[in-house]
Design a protein around this ligand. Structure first.
Ligand SMILES: Cc1cc2nc3c(=O)[nH]c(=O)nc-3n(C[C@H](O)[C@H](O)[C@H](O)COP(=O)(O)OP(=O)(O)OC[C@H]3O[C@@H](n4cnc5c(N)ncnc54)[C@H](O)[C@@H]3O)c2cc1C
Length: 453
Protein backbone atom coordinates (compact mmCIF):
# COMPACT_ATOMS: atom_id res chain seq x y z
CA UNK A 1 0.00 0.00 0.00
CA UNK A 2 2.88 2.42 0.70
CA UNK A 3 3.43 4.97 -2.03
CA UNK A 4 -0.28 5.11 -2.97
CA UNK A 5 -1.88 8.52 -2.44
CA UNK A 6 -4.39 8.65 0.40
CA UNK A 7 -8.01 8.86 -0.71
CA UNK A 8 -10.98 10.41 1.03
CA UNK A 9 -14.67 10.56 0.17
CA UNK A 10 -16.81 13.44 1.38
CA UNK A 11 -20.56 12.79 1.37
CA UNK A 12 -22.43 16.10 1.16
CA UNK A 13 -21.75 19.24 -0.84
CA UNK A 14 -22.99 22.06 1.40
CA UNK A 15 -20.55 24.38 3.16
CA UNK A 16 -19.46 21.67 5.63
CA UNK A 17 -18.63 19.09 2.95
CA UNK A 18 -17.02 21.65 0.64
CA UNK A 19 -14.81 23.03 3.44
CA UNK A 20 -13.74 19.51 4.45
CA UNK A 21 -12.95 18.58 0.83
CA UNK A 22 -10.94 21.77 0.24
CA UNK A 23 -8.83 21.17 3.36
CA UNK A 24 -8.27 17.53 2.36
CA UNK A 25 -7.19 18.58 -1.15
CA UNK A 26 -4.84 21.23 0.27
CA UNK A 27 -3.21 18.42 2.29
CA UNK A 28 -2.56 16.33 -0.77
CA UNK A 29 -5.33 13.76 -0.19
CA UNK A 30 -7.09 12.54 -3.35
CA UNK A 31 -10.61 13.75 -2.60
CA UNK A 32 -13.98 12.86 -4.11
CA UNK A 33 -17.12 14.68 -3.07
CA UNK A 34 -20.51 13.09 -3.60
CA UNK A 35 -23.65 15.16 -3.35
CA UNK A 36 -27.21 14.35 -4.25
CA UNK A 37 -28.04 18.05 -4.78
CA UNK A 38 -27.94 21.45 -3.11
CA UNK A 39 -28.76 21.51 0.62
CA UNK A 40 -29.52 24.19 3.24
CA UNK A 41 -26.34 26.10 2.27
CA UNK A 42 -27.89 26.95 -1.10
CA UNK A 43 -30.95 28.41 0.66
CA UNK A 44 -29.04 30.61 3.13
CA UNK A 45 -29.76 34.31 3.37
CA UNK A 46 -26.39 36.06 3.23
CA UNK A 47 -25.03 36.09 6.76
CA UNK A 48 -22.55 33.52 8.03
CA UNK A 49 -23.46 33.25 11.69
CA UNK A 50 -20.61 32.17 13.94
CA UNK A 51 -22.23 33.54 17.10
CA UNK A 52 -25.19 35.62 15.90
CA UNK A 53 -27.59 37.00 18.52
CA UNK A 54 -31.21 35.91 18.58
CA UNK A 55 -34.26 37.10 20.55
CA UNK A 56 -35.12 33.48 21.39
CA UNK A 57 -34.34 32.31 24.97
CA UNK A 58 -32.16 29.45 23.63
CA UNK A 59 -30.29 31.89 21.37
CA UNK A 60 -27.33 34.09 22.20
CA UNK A 61 -28.10 37.44 23.82
CA UNK A 62 -27.51 40.75 22.06
CA UNK A 63 -26.85 42.63 25.31
CA UNK A 64 -25.07 41.65 28.52
CA UNK A 65 -27.96 40.51 30.78
CA UNK A 66 -26.54 42.35 33.81
CA UNK A 67 -24.76 45.45 32.54
CA UNK A 68 -26.88 45.74 29.38
CA UNK A 69 -24.08 46.84 27.02
CA UNK A 70 -24.13 45.17 23.58
CA UNK A 71 -22.01 42.00 23.57
CA UNK A 72 -19.40 41.53 20.86
CA UNK A 73 -19.67 38.31 18.80
CA UNK A 74 -16.45 37.14 20.53
CA UNK A 75 -18.14 37.56 23.94
CA UNK A 76 -21.20 35.69 22.66
CA UNK A 77 -18.94 32.87 21.42
CA UNK A 78 -17.31 32.61 24.88
CA UNK A 79 -20.79 32.53 26.48
CA UNK A 80 -21.88 29.79 24.06
CA UNK A 81 -18.86 27.64 24.85
CA UNK A 82 -19.68 27.75 28.56
CA UNK A 83 -23.45 27.83 28.63
CA UNK A 84 -24.51 25.46 25.83
CA UNK A 85 -22.64 22.24 26.43
CA UNK A 86 -24.47 20.23 23.75
CA UNK A 87 -23.62 22.70 20.95
CA UNK A 88 -21.14 21.30 18.36
CA UNK A 89 -18.62 24.00 19.34
CA UNK A 90 -18.32 21.91 22.55
CA UNK A 91 -16.89 19.00 20.51
CA UNK A 92 -14.64 21.37 18.53
CA UNK A 93 -13.31 23.20 21.60
CA UNK A 94 -13.72 20.73 24.49
CA UNK A 95 -11.38 22.71 26.73
CA UNK A 96 -13.76 25.72 26.35
CA UNK A 97 -10.83 27.96 25.51
CA UNK A 98 -12.40 31.06 23.94
CA UNK A 99 -9.00 32.33 22.71
CA UNK A 100 -8.46 29.12 20.75
CA UNK A 101 -11.97 29.29 19.33
CA UNK A 102 -11.43 32.91 18.21
CA UNK A 103 -8.18 31.93 16.43
CA UNK A 104 -9.94 29.02 14.72
CA UNK A 105 -12.73 31.36 13.54
CA UNK A 106 -10.18 33.84 12.15
CA UNK A 107 -8.34 31.10 10.23
CA UNK A 108 -11.48 29.40 8.91
CA UNK A 109 -13.18 32.63 7.77
CA UNK A 110 -9.95 33.80 6.05
CA UNK A 111 -9.70 30.43 4.28
CA UNK A 112 -13.34 30.62 3.15
CA UNK A 113 -12.86 34.15 1.84
CA UNK A 114 -9.79 33.00 -0.15
CA UNK A 115 -11.76 30.04 -1.58
CA UNK A 116 -14.65 32.31 -2.65
CA UNK A 117 -12.83 35.38 -4.05
CA UNK A 118 -11.77 33.95 -7.44
CA UNK A 119 -15.46 33.26 -8.16
CA UNK A 120 -16.47 36.86 -7.47
CA UNK A 121 -17.81 36.16 -3.97
CA UNK A 122 -16.32 36.72 -0.51
CA UNK A 123 -16.86 37.03 3.21
CA UNK A 124 -16.48 40.01 5.56
CA UNK A 125 -16.86 40.51 9.28
CA UNK A 126 -15.20 39.89 12.62
CA UNK A 127 -15.83 38.74 16.15
CA UNK A 128 -14.98 42.23 17.49
CA UNK A 129 -18.22 44.01 16.66
CA UNK A 130 -21.73 42.99 15.64
CA UNK A 131 -23.23 44.08 12.36
CA UNK A 132 -26.90 45.01 12.30
CA UNK A 133 -28.08 43.75 8.93
CA UNK A 134 -31.63 44.15 7.66
CA UNK A 135 -33.42 41.58 5.55
CA UNK A 136 -35.92 42.11 2.73
CA UNK A 137 -38.79 42.20 5.24
CA UNK A 138 -37.10 44.84 7.43
CA UNK A 139 -36.18 42.42 10.25
CA UNK A 140 -32.74 43.18 11.73
CA UNK A 141 -30.27 40.35 12.31
CA UNK A 142 -27.42 40.83 14.77
CA UNK A 143 -24.64 39.19 12.74
CA UNK A 144 -20.88 38.78 12.80
CA UNK A 145 -19.86 37.59 9.30
CA UNK A 146 -21.73 38.07 6.03
CA UNK A 147 -21.19 37.67 2.33
CA UNK A 148 -19.50 40.79 0.91
CA UNK A 149 -22.63 42.07 -0.84
CA UNK A 150 -24.57 42.25 2.46
CA UNK A 151 -21.78 43.07 4.91
CA UNK A 152 -21.58 46.79 4.07
CA UNK A 153 -25.20 47.31 5.07
CA UNK A 154 -24.45 47.69 8.79
CA UNK A 155 -27.21 49.88 10.24
CA UNK A 156 -25.14 50.49 13.36
CA UNK A 157 -22.61 52.47 11.31
CA UNK A 158 -24.81 54.29 8.78
CA UNK A 159 -25.35 58.04 9.22
CA UNK A 160 -28.38 57.68 6.99
CA UNK A 161 -30.06 54.94 4.97
CA UNK A 162 -31.42 55.12 1.45
CA UNK A 163 -33.66 52.20 0.48
CA UNK A 164 -33.87 51.47 -3.21
CA UNK A 165 -37.39 50.60 -4.31
CA UNK A 166 -37.64 48.58 -7.50
CA UNK A 167 -41.11 49.01 -8.98
CA UNK A 168 -42.95 45.72 -9.38
CA UNK A 169 -40.23 43.61 -7.69
CA UNK A 170 -42.01 40.52 -6.46
CA UNK A 171 -42.32 40.31 -2.67
CA UNK A 172 -40.49 43.57 -1.94
CA UNK A 173 -41.74 46.93 -0.70
CA UNK A 174 -39.12 49.48 0.37
CA UNK A 175 -41.65 51.65 2.31
CA UNK A 176 -42.71 48.56 4.31
CA UNK A 177 -39.04 47.74 5.01
CA UNK A 178 -38.45 51.32 6.18
CA UNK A 179 -41.36 51.10 8.66
CA UNK A 180 -40.22 47.72 10.00
CA UNK A 181 -36.62 48.90 10.43
CA UNK A 182 -37.66 51.74 12.75
CA UNK A 183 -39.50 49.30 15.01
CA UNK A 184 -36.73 46.68 14.92
CA UNK A 185 -33.96 49.13 15.84
CA UNK A 186 -36.10 50.60 18.63
CA UNK A 187 -36.56 47.07 20.03
CA UNK A 188 -32.78 46.64 20.01
CA UNK A 189 -32.34 50.01 21.76
CA UNK A 190 -30.34 51.39 18.82
CA UNK A 191 -30.97 54.87 17.38
CA UNK A 192 -32.57 54.66 13.96
CA UNK A 193 -30.69 56.60 11.26
CA UNK A 194 -32.80 58.76 8.95
CA UNK A 195 -34.30 56.50 6.25
CA UNK A 196 -35.35 57.66 2.80
CA UNK A 197 -36.88 55.59 -0.01
CA UNK A 198 -35.82 56.23 -3.62
CA UNK A 199 -37.32 54.70 -6.72
CA UNK A 200 -34.78 52.92 -8.93
CA UNK A 201 -35.31 52.48 -12.62
CA UNK A 202 -34.39 49.04 -13.89
CA UNK A 203 -32.59 49.02 -17.24
CA UNK A 204 -35.07 48.85 -20.10
CA UNK A 205 -35.49 45.24 -21.15
CA UNK A 206 -35.13 44.04 -17.54
CA UNK A 207 -38.32 45.63 -16.23
CA UNK A 208 -40.41 42.64 -17.25
CA UNK A 209 -38.18 40.45 -15.02
CA UNK A 210 -39.19 42.27 -11.81
CA UNK A 211 -41.77 39.56 -11.12
CA UNK A 212 -39.02 36.92 -11.26
CA UNK A 213 -36.18 38.10 -8.96
CA UNK A 214 -33.89 35.11 -9.71
CA UNK A 215 -34.04 35.84 -13.45
CA UNK A 216 -33.50 39.53 -12.75
CA UNK A 217 -30.39 38.82 -10.64
CA UNK A 218 -28.98 36.60 -13.41
CA UNK A 219 -29.64 39.34 -16.01
CA UNK A 220 -27.75 41.89 -13.88
CA UNK A 221 -24.57 39.80 -14.34
CA UNK A 222 -24.37 41.54 -17.71
CA UNK A 223 -21.90 44.47 -17.32
CA UNK A 224 -24.01 46.68 -19.63
CA UNK A 225 -27.10 46.15 -17.43
CA UNK A 226 -25.00 46.81 -14.31
CA UNK A 227 -23.69 50.08 -15.77
CA UNK A 228 -27.24 51.22 -16.54
CA UNK A 229 -28.48 50.38 -13.03
CA UNK A 230 -25.42 52.13 -11.58
CA UNK A 231 -26.39 55.37 -13.35
CA UNK A 232 -29.75 55.34 -11.57
CA UNK A 233 -28.10 55.29 -8.10
CA UNK A 234 -25.71 58.20 -8.76
CA UNK A 235 -24.88 60.11 -5.55
CA UNK A 236 -27.39 58.16 -3.39
CA UNK A 237 -24.77 56.93 -0.90
CA UNK A 238 -22.84 60.19 -0.53
CA UNK A 239 -22.34 62.03 2.81
CA UNK A 240 -22.18 58.94 5.02
CA UNK A 241 -25.42 57.40 3.76
CA UNK A 242 -25.70 53.69 2.99
CA UNK A 243 -27.73 52.56 -0.01
CA UNK A 244 -29.60 49.31 0.63
CA UNK A 245 -30.98 47.33 -2.30
CA UNK A 246 -33.01 44.12 -2.54
CA UNK A 247 -30.93 40.99 -3.27
CA UNK A 248 -30.87 41.14 -7.05
CA UNK A 249 -27.25 42.15 -7.74
CA UNK A 250 -26.14 39.33 -10.02
CA UNK A 251 -25.55 35.64 -9.47
CA UNK A 252 -21.98 35.07 -10.61
CA UNK A 253 -20.19 38.45 -10.37
CA UNK A 254 -21.98 40.12 -7.48
CA UNK A 255 -18.80 41.62 -6.06
CA UNK A 256 -18.12 43.50 -9.32
CA UNK A 257 -21.75 44.62 -9.56
CA UNK A 258 -21.55 46.04 -6.01
CA UNK A 259 -18.26 47.81 -6.79
CA UNK A 260 -19.75 49.46 -9.89
CA UNK A 261 -22.76 50.63 -7.89
CA UNK A 262 -20.59 51.95 -5.01
CA UNK A 263 -18.52 54.02 -7.44
CA UNK A 264 -21.59 55.73 -8.88
CA UNK A 265 -23.45 55.99 -5.56
CA UNK A 266 -20.46 57.65 -3.87
CA UNK A 267 -20.47 55.39 -0.79
CA UNK A 268 -21.44 51.97 0.56
CA UNK A 269 -24.04 49.98 -1.34
CA UNK A 270 -25.26 46.71 0.13
CA UNK A 271 -27.90 44.10 -0.46
CA UNK A 272 -30.54 43.35 2.15
CA UNK A 273 -30.35 39.80 3.50
CA UNK A 274 -32.79 37.39 1.93
CA UNK A 275 -35.88 35.79 3.46
CA UNK A 276 -38.34 33.17 2.26
CA UNK A 277 -39.32 32.37 -0.40
CA UNK A 278 -36.16 33.29 -2.30
CA UNK A 279 -32.62 34.43 -1.61
CA UNK A 280 -29.79 34.42 -4.16
CA UNK A 281 -27.07 34.58 -1.48
CA UNK A 282 -27.09 30.82 -0.84
CA UNK A 283 -27.11 30.04 -4.54
CA UNK A 284 -24.07 32.29 -5.06
CA UNK A 285 -22.27 30.64 -2.12
CA UNK A 286 -23.07 27.19 -3.50
CA UNK A 287 -21.75 28.14 -6.97
CA UNK A 288 -18.58 29.78 -5.62
CA UNK A 289 -17.84 26.70 -3.50
CA UNK A 290 -18.34 24.53 -6.59
CA UNK A 291 -15.81 26.66 -8.47
CA UNK A 292 -13.32 26.41 -5.57
CA UNK A 293 -13.67 22.60 -5.51
CA UNK A 294 -13.00 22.44 -9.24
CA UNK A 295 -9.90 24.66 -8.93
CA UNK A 296 -8.61 22.48 -6.07
CA UNK A 297 -8.94 19.32 -8.19
CA UNK A 298 -11.70 17.74 -6.08
CA UNK A 299 -13.79 15.36 -8.15
CA UNK A 300 -17.46 16.24 -7.54
CA UNK A 301 -20.10 13.63 -8.37
CA UNK A 302 -23.83 14.17 -8.40
CA UNK A 303 -25.00 10.91 -6.86
CA UNK A 304 -26.64 9.57 -3.72
CA UNK A 305 -24.47 7.62 -1.30
CA UNK A 306 -26.47 4.63 -0.11
CA UNK A 307 -24.24 2.88 2.41
CA UNK A 308 -20.80 2.32 3.94
CA UNK A 309 -18.93 -0.93 3.55
CA UNK A 310 -15.91 -2.11 5.52
CA UNK A 311 -14.65 -4.46 8.20
CA UNK A 312 -13.09 -4.38 11.65
CA UNK A 313 -14.63 -0.97 12.26
CA UNK A 314 -12.98 0.68 9.22
CA UNK A 315 -14.82 1.87 6.14
CA UNK A 316 -13.27 0.69 2.88
CA UNK A 317 -15.92 1.84 0.41
CA UNK A 318 -18.80 4.28 0.05
CA UNK A 319 -21.65 2.70 -1.91
CA UNK A 320 -23.47 4.86 -4.46
CA UNK A 321 -26.93 4.41 -5.95
CA UNK A 322 -26.58 3.13 -9.53
CA UNK A 323 -22.78 3.62 -9.69
CA UNK A 324 -19.65 1.77 -8.64
CA UNK A 325 -18.63 2.15 -5.00
CA UNK A 326 -15.79 4.57 -4.14
CA UNK A 327 -12.68 3.36 -2.28
CA UNK A 328 -11.88 5.45 0.80
CA UNK A 329 -9.20 5.62 3.47
CA UNK A 330 -11.35 8.16 5.32
CA UNK A 331 -14.92 9.41 4.92
CA UNK A 332 -16.55 12.71 5.88
CA UNK A 333 -20.28 12.67 6.63
CA UNK A 334 -21.60 16.16 5.83
CA UNK A 335 -25.14 15.35 4.80
CA UNK A 336 -27.01 18.10 6.70
CA UNK A 337 -30.33 17.39 8.40
CA UNK A 338 -33.85 17.25 6.98
CA UNK A 339 -33.25 19.88 4.26
CA UNK A 340 -29.96 18.31 3.12
CA UNK A 341 -31.19 14.73 3.54
CA UNK A 342 -28.82 13.56 6.31
CA UNK A 343 -31.84 12.92 8.53
CA UNK A 344 -35.13 11.59 7.23
CA UNK A 345 -38.21 9.70 8.29
CA UNK A 346 -38.58 6.11 7.14
CA UNK A 347 -41.45 3.82 8.12
CA UNK A 348 -42.68 6.51 10.49
CA UNK A 349 -39.36 6.77 12.33
CA UNK A 350 -36.50 9.31 12.33
CA UNK A 351 -33.27 7.88 10.88
CA UNK A 352 -29.75 9.04 10.06
CA UNK A 353 -30.05 8.29 6.36
CA UNK A 354 -26.61 6.95 5.35
CA UNK A 355 -25.09 4.89 8.17
CA UNK A 356 -28.04 4.33 10.51
CA UNK A 357 -26.24 6.22 13.28
CA UNK A 358 -27.98 6.98 16.57
CA UNK A 359 -29.70 10.40 16.50
CA UNK A 360 -29.97 12.55 19.63
CA UNK A 361 -31.83 15.73 20.50
CA UNK A 362 -30.05 18.61 22.23
CA UNK A 363 -30.84 17.10 25.65
CA UNK A 364 -29.14 13.82 24.76
CA UNK A 365 -32.36 11.79 24.24
CA UNK A 366 -32.33 9.17 21.44
CA UNK A 367 -34.71 10.20 18.66
CA UNK A 368 -34.01 7.59 15.97
CA UNK A 369 -36.67 4.94 15.71
CA UNK A 370 -39.31 7.37 17.04
CA UNK A 371 -41.86 9.19 14.86
CA UNK A 372 -40.69 12.69 13.89
CA UNK A 373 -44.06 14.35 14.34
CA UNK A 374 -44.12 13.17 17.95
CA UNK A 375 -41.17 15.49 18.51
CA UNK A 376 -42.95 18.59 17.22
CA UNK A 377 -44.48 21.02 19.70
CA UNK A 378 -47.60 23.00 18.81
CA UNK A 379 -46.40 26.48 19.64
CA UNK A 380 -43.55 28.04 17.66
CA UNK A 381 -41.95 29.37 20.84
CA UNK A 382 -41.83 25.92 22.49
CA UNK A 383 -38.53 24.02 22.39
CA UNK A 384 -38.53 21.76 19.31
CA UNK A 385 -36.36 18.67 20.00
CA UNK A 386 -36.49 17.61 16.35
CA UNK A 387 -34.87 20.84 15.12
CA UNK A 388 -31.79 20.28 17.30
CA UNK A 389 -31.42 16.61 16.33
CA UNK A 390 -28.27 15.02 14.93
CA UNK A 391 -25.41 12.66 15.61
CA UNK A 392 -22.99 12.90 18.51
CA UNK A 393 -19.24 12.55 18.11
CA UNK A 394 -16.04 12.01 20.05
CA UNK A 395 -13.37 14.73 20.23
CA UNK A 396 -12.15 13.81 16.71
CA UNK A 397 -15.66 14.34 15.28
CA UNK A 398 -16.18 10.58 14.82
CA UNK A 399 -19.91 9.76 15.16
CA UNK A 400 -20.77 7.60 18.16
CA UNK A 401 -22.58 4.28 17.84
CA UNK A 402 -25.13 2.91 20.29
CA UNK A 403 -22.33 1.92 22.72
CA UNK A 404 -21.00 5.54 22.86
CA UNK A 405 -17.87 4.56 20.90
CA UNK A 406 -17.12 5.59 17.30
CA UNK A 407 -19.02 3.23 15.00
CA UNK A 408 -16.36 3.55 12.28
CA UNK A 409 -12.80 4.58 13.17
CA UNK A 410 -12.26 6.48 9.88
CA UNK A 411 -15.60 8.33 9.65
CA UNK A 412 -15.86 11.97 10.77
CA UNK A 413 -18.94 14.20 10.72
CA UNK A 414 -19.35 17.92 10.04
CA UNK A 415 -22.05 20.55 9.69
CA UNK A 416 -25.70 20.37 10.55
CA UNK A 417 -25.71 16.58 10.88
CA UNK A 418 -23.99 17.31 14.20
CA UNK A 419 -26.86 17.66 16.64
CA UNK A 420 -27.22 19.82 19.72
CA UNK A 421 -28.34 23.11 18.20
CA UNK A 422 -31.22 24.59 16.25
CA UNK A 423 -29.73 26.79 13.51
CA UNK A 424 -32.93 28.84 13.15
CA UNK A 425 -32.95 29.83 16.83
CA UNK A 426 -29.27 29.67 17.72
CA UNK A 427 -27.93 31.45 14.64
CA UNK A 428 -24.74 29.50 14.29
CA UNK A 429 -25.69 27.45 11.20
CA UNK A 430 -23.04 28.29 8.60
CA UNK A 431 -20.53 28.95 11.40
CA UNK A 432 -20.85 25.34 12.56
CA UNK A 433 -20.70 24.13 8.94
CA UNK A 434 -17.47 26.06 8.30
CA UNK A 435 -15.63 25.38 11.56
CA UNK A 436 -16.56 21.70 11.76
CA UNK A 437 -15.98 21.26 8.01
CA UNK A 438 -12.44 22.58 8.31
CA UNK A 439 -11.75 20.43 11.40
CA UNK A 440 -13.30 17.34 9.78
CA UNK A 441 -11.03 17.86 6.75
CA UNK A 442 -7.98 17.99 9.04
CA UNK A 443 -9.08 14.88 10.99
CA UNK A 444 -9.92 12.97 7.81
CA UNK A 445 -6.48 13.80 6.37
CA UNK A 446 -4.87 12.29 9.50
CA UNK A 447 -7.15 9.25 9.43
CA UNK A 448 -6.48 8.65 5.72
CA UNK A 449 -2.74 8.73 6.50
CA UNK A 450 -3.17 6.34 9.44
CA UNK A 451 -4.94 3.86 7.13
CA UNK A 452 -1.78 3.35 5.12
CA UNK A 453 0.66 2.93 7.99
C1 LIG B 1 -33.82 28.81 4.49
C2 LIG B 1 -32.55 28.78 5.31
C3 LIG B 1 -31.83 29.95 5.47
C4 LIG B 1 -30.64 29.94 6.24
N1 LIG B 1 -29.92 31.09 6.35
C5 LIG B 1 -28.76 31.10 7.06
C6 LIG B 1 -27.96 32.27 7.14
O1 LIG B 1 -28.27 33.31 6.54
N2 LIG B 1 -26.82 32.22 7.88
C7 LIG B 1 -26.42 31.07 8.53
O2 LIG B 1 -25.38 31.09 9.20
N3 LIG B 1 -27.16 29.93 8.45
C8 LIG B 1 -28.30 29.91 7.73
N4 LIG B 1 -29.05 28.76 7.64
C9 LIG B 1 -28.51 27.51 8.23
C10 LIG B 1 -27.40 26.97 7.30
O3 LIG B 1 -27.77 27.17 5.96
C11 LIG B 1 -27.14 25.49 7.55
O4 LIG B 1 -26.92 25.28 8.92
C12 LIG B 1 -25.89 25.03 6.78
O5 LIG B 1 -25.98 25.41 5.43
C13 LIG B 1 -25.72 23.52 6.85
O6 LIG B 1 -24.66 23.16 5.99
P1 LIG B 1 -24.28 21.63 5.77
O7 LIG B 1 -23.16 21.62 4.80
O8 LIG B 1 -24.11 20.97 7.08
O9 LIG B 1 -25.57 20.97 5.13
P2 LIG B 1 -26.35 21.23 3.71
O10 LIG B 1 -26.02 22.57 3.16
O11 LIG B 1 -27.77 20.90 3.99
O12 LIG B 1 -25.70 20.15 2.76
C14 LIG B 1 -26.00 18.78 2.84
C15 LIG B 1 -25.48 18.12 1.59
O13 LIG B 1 -25.52 16.71 1.77
C16 LIG B 1 -26.03 16.11 0.58
N5 LIG B 1 -26.52 14.77 0.92
C17 LIG B 1 -27.34 14.40 1.93
N6 LIG B 1 -27.47 13.06 1.94
C18 LIG B 1 -26.71 12.59 0.92
C19 LIG B 1 -26.44 11.30 0.41
N7 LIG B 1 -26.95 10.18 0.96
N8 LIG B 1 -25.62 11.16 -0.67
C20 LIG B 1 -25.08 12.27 -1.25
N9 LIG B 1 -25.31 13.51 -0.81
C21 LIG B 1 -26.11 13.68 0.26
C22 LIG B 1 -27.05 17.11 0.09
O14 LIG B 1 -27.38 16.89 -1.26
C23 LIG B 1 -26.27 18.41 0.32
O15 LIG B 1 -25.38 18.63 -0.75
C24 LIG B 1 -30.22 28.74 6.87
C25 LIG B 1 -30.96 27.56 6.71
C26 LIG B 1 -32.11 27.57 5.93
C27 LIG B 1 -32.88 26.28 5.75
Amino acid sequence: MTGQPHAAVVVGGGLAGAAAALVLAERGVVTRLVRSGPGATALSWGSLDVAGASPDPVGLPWRDPVRSHPLSPGERLAYLLNARRAHPYGALFPERDAGRAVRAVKEATAALDAWLRPAGAGLEGSLDESRLLANVRGAVRVSDFAMVEAAAGDLGRAAGVVLGDVPGLSGFSAPAVARALGAELAALGVPCPPIRVVRLELPEGLQSLAARPARLAAALDDPAATAELARSVRGQAAEGRTLLLPPILGLSRTHSVCRALCEQAGGPVAELLGAPPWSPAGLRLDRALGAALERAGVEVRTARASGLRGELGRIAQVELEGEAALEADAVVLATGRFVGGGLSERDDAVVESLAGLPVFDDRGRRLDGRPGRGQLRRRYADPQPLFGAGVRTDGRLRPLGPDQHPLWSNLVAAGEILGGFDPALQRTGLGVALLSGVRAGEEAAHLAGEALR
